[in-house]
Each structure stands twice: as structure tokens, then as C-alpha cells.
Design a protein around this ligand. Structure first.
Ligand SMILES: [Zn+2]
Length: 242
């Protein structure tokens, strides 16, 4: 299985072959040789979409999940599908692109929080299933206030306006990644094996397995709509909503 969402997050459709067929919670589930469906994880919800079968029938995908290390797409209705069938897989692009924008926006925002909150430690993000907001969690010493939150918002939006390049880089080890991006690195200090790092030019470097846009320009302006001692909620600015 080749998980294309890791290398080409912009791929919306893919003609491919069925690699395996299973039954998952009474639904037919297929894994694909070339897979564009993100299974969820790292605070990013799973993709939605559909599959065009050899019969000509298009079946919605009701769930995408990982089983035994492989991604499976569950079909919403009963359908005949066999190993080696040629199928066309189609993403719900509106949902995926919104998650890519939120996910990248969260990296920019966490870079801003790191610079504003003493003792900042990231605790993860959660993009809402309806893709209308993203909550960023962290610990650290700060006094949540309207003034503090506007300062962080402005800091993040300034970087977004700079149209910074967003790169996906792979390093053989985490120590290599940290050496390369020491001044902007944000994340764990130990990890075994190769590591995928999202690098936002001169602003933030963070290990991540999700999907992202190519430039902060695509994120657009954000607004911070709620906050507390351990979290901040981000939404797209009204002029910037999909
Ligand atoms: Zn990410």
C-alpha cells in the first residue's frame, strides 16, 4: 500500500487496484494499492469520499480507519468488490482542503504560542469533525486575557501574511531534524526511526503525519475565538471561510 496523502496531499482522485477486502462492523472495507484517504490521527479527522466500482456504481465511503497498519475505506452500502478490481477513489475535497488549512494554521499558531507562553509544552491539536474550528492544547505559564490572545493572534496572522513556504521533510533520525532546525524546532526530544517533519520557513518545525497546504498564504487569516489556561480555539476569519 502506498499512502499518497503523505507525499501528495493535493491528490483528489486516484485510479487504483483493490489490495484487500475485509468486513468491518458489517461493512465491506477495502484497502487500496495507491491510497489517498487519510485515516485520521494527530488531531486530524479521517477523510470522507466515494469509490467508483467496476460495475459503474459510485459508493460513498462511510469511514476510513487503520487496521493492522493498513488504511481501509468502509463502503456505506453493500457492493460487490474483489481484490485486483480497478476502482476510482474520490476525496471529499472540500473537507480535506479545510483540514489541510486548519492543520497548517495550527502549526503557525503553535509557533506563536511557543514565543508568547513561558515553559510552553504542546499537548496536541483537535480539528472539529465539522471542520469549522481547531483547538490547540498546551501547558505553560501564562495569564489568559483578551490582550494576550490578541497578541498571539496578531503574531500568527503576521506569519500567515508572509506567505511562508510549508515543506514536508524526512530525516533518518529525530536528532538530525533537531540539529537542522534547532532554533525553530518544536516537539519531542526523542523518537526512534525516520521522522517526517513539517517545516514552515524560519518559523516552525514540528514532527507530524498529517496533511498540510504548501504555503501559509493558503491558510488565510485566522481568529482566536475561545481560550483558557490550557487551550486556544482557532477559526478562519469570516472573510476567509470556505
Ligand atoms: Zn501537522
Amino acid at each position: 500500500m502506498n499512502n499518497l496523502y503523505l507525499t501528495d496531499a493535493y491528490r483528489r482522485e486516484m485510479d487504483t487496484l483493490v489490495e484487500e477486502v475485509r468486513t468491518v462492523k458489517k461493512k465491506t472495507a477495502v484497502s487500496l494499492v495507491d491510497n489517498i484517504f487519510y485515516p485520521g490521527g494527530g488531531g486530524q479527522p479521517p477523510d470522507s469520499g466515494s469509490i467508483l466500482l467496476p460495475s459503474g456504481e459510485t459508493v460513498p465511503v462511510c469511514r476510513v480507519l487503520k487496521l493492522d497498519g493498513k488504511v481501509f475505506a468502509c463502503l456505506a452500502s453493500a457492493a460487490e468488490v474483489c481484490v485486483n478490481d480497478n476502482v476510482r477513489t474520490i476525496l471529499d475535497w472540500e473537507k480535506r482542503y479545510a483540514t489541510m488549512r486548519y492543520h497548517t494554521g495550527a502549526h503557525v499558531l503553535m509557533g506563536a504560542i511557543r514565543r508568547s507562553v513561558d515553559g510552553y509544552v504542546p499537548e496536541g491539536i483537535a480539528i472539529a469533525d465539522d471542520v469549522l474550528s481547531c483547538t490547540v492544547r498546551f501547558s505553560g505559564q501564562w495569564q489568559p486575557s483578551d490582550t494576550a490572545i490578541r497578541e498571539i493572534e496578531e503574531r500568527a496572522n503576521q506569519q500567515i501574511q508572509r506567505c511562508l513556504k510549508v515543506e514536508v521533510l524526512t530525516y533518518e533520525s529525530l536528532s538530525q531534524a533537531i540539529d537542522q532546525h534547532e532554533s525553530i524546532y518544536r516537539g519531542p526530544s526523542s523518537f526512534s526511526g525516520p521522522v517526517r517533519v513539517i517545516v514552515i520557513n524560519e518559523w516552525d518545525a514540528n514532527p507530524c503525519g498529517g496533511t498540510h497546504v504548501r504555503s501559509t498564504e493558503e491558510v488565510g487569516q485566522i481568529r482566536l475565538t475561545d481560550f483558557g489556561e490550557d487551550h486556544i480555539v482557532m477559526q478562519f476569519a469570516p472573510s476567509n471561510s470556505p
